[in-house]
Ligand binder design. Structure first.
Ligand SMILES: C[S@@+](CC[C@H](N)C(=O)[O-])C[C@H]1O[C@@H](n2cnc3c(N)ncnc32)[C@H](O)[C@@H]1O
Length: 206
C-alpha cells in the first residue's frame, strides 16, 4: 500500500482521538514553540500535523500565521471540521513533505511530531532536510519529535527510526544548533507508554 493510501485509510476508519499518537493537548510542542520567543505573527508550519490539536492551542495562544501540512487530506479535513470557523485562519496543505514545493524562507518555526521518524530511507531524510533548508528562514527554529531510542519500533503498523537527541540533531547537520532537547513519555489512548524525544534547533545564518 502506498503511504498516502495508508494514512487516508487510518484517518477515514479511526476517530482522530483514537489513534495511538493522539494528544488532547500537545503540551511539550506548545512549550517549545513558546520558548523560541517567536512573536505572535511568526510563520509556523506543523509538518505532518494530521488531525493534531496543536493548531487549536496555537490559535488559542494568539499565533496568527499558521500552516498545517499533511499527506492525508482526510486528516486535514478532521482538523478543519473540529476547528469550525477558526479553520479559515489556518493554511492547509495536502502534500508529501519529501516532495512538497514550499515557499523559500517562509517559516520562522517548523514543527514535526512523529513524521520524520517514518523516513527510513536516507534519500527520504535528505529530501526532508532539503525542504527544511528551503522553507525555514535563517535564524528560524526547527522542532522535531521522534520516537526515542527506547521507543517503539513501529508506529501505525509502519517501521520507524528511533533516535537519541544527538542522533536526531545530526540528521540536520552543523547548520543547525541544538538549543534544547527533552524526552516525553506519551500515554496512548489504549494505555501504553511511548518514549519520544524532542529536539529544538536553530538554523544558523542570522
Ligand atoms: C503519527 S502521525 C502524527 C500526527 C501529528 N503530528 C500528531 O502529533 O498528532 C503521522 C502523520 O504524518 C503524516 N505523514 C506521514 N508521512 C508523511 C509525509 N511524507 N509527508 C507529510 N505527512 C506525512 C501522516 O498522514 C500522519 O498524519
Amino acid at each position: 500500500m502506498q503511504s498516502r493510501d495508508h494514512w487516508e485509510k487510518v484517518y477515514t476508519t479511526k476517530a482522530a482521538d483514537a489513534v495511538s499518537w493522539f494528544q488532547p493537548h500537545a503540551h511539550v510542542s506548545l512549550e517549545l514553540i513558546k520558548a523560541t520567543g517567536a512573536a505572535h505573527d511568526a510563520a509556523i508550519i506543523d509538518v505532518g500535523g494530521g488531525a493534531s490539536t496543536l493548531v487549536d492551542d496555537l490559535l488559542a495562544n494568539g499565533y496568527t500565521d499558521l500552516t498545517v501540512l499533511d499527506l492525508s487530506a482526510a486528516a486535514l479535513a478532521a482538523a478543519r471540521s473540529r476547528l469550525g470557523a477558526r479553520a479559515a485562519d489556518v493554511k492547509w496543505i495536502a502534500a508529501d513533505i519529501t516532495r512538497a514545493d514550499l515557499p523559500a524562507n517562509r517559516y520562522d518555526i517548523w514543527h514535526d511530531r512523529a513524521v520524520f521518524h517514518f523516513l527510513t530511507a536516507a534519500e527520504e531524510r535528505a529530501a526532508y532536510v532539503q525542504a527544511v533548508f528551503r522553507a525555514v528562514k535563517p535564524g528560524g527554529h526547527v522542532i522535531v519529535a521522534s520516537f526515542a531510542e527506547d521507543g517503539p519500533e513501529q508506529c501505525s503498523g509502519l517501521p520507524v527510526m528511533r533516535y537519541r537527541a544527538d542522533q536526531l540533531h545530526d540528521e540536520f547537520g552543523a547548520a543547525f544548533t541544538l538549543l534544547r532537547h527533552q524526552k516525553e513519555a506519551h500515554h496512548t489512548p489504549s494505555g501504553t507508554v511511548q518514549q519520544f524525544v524532542y529536539c529544538c534547533c536553530r538554523r544558523m545564518g542570522c
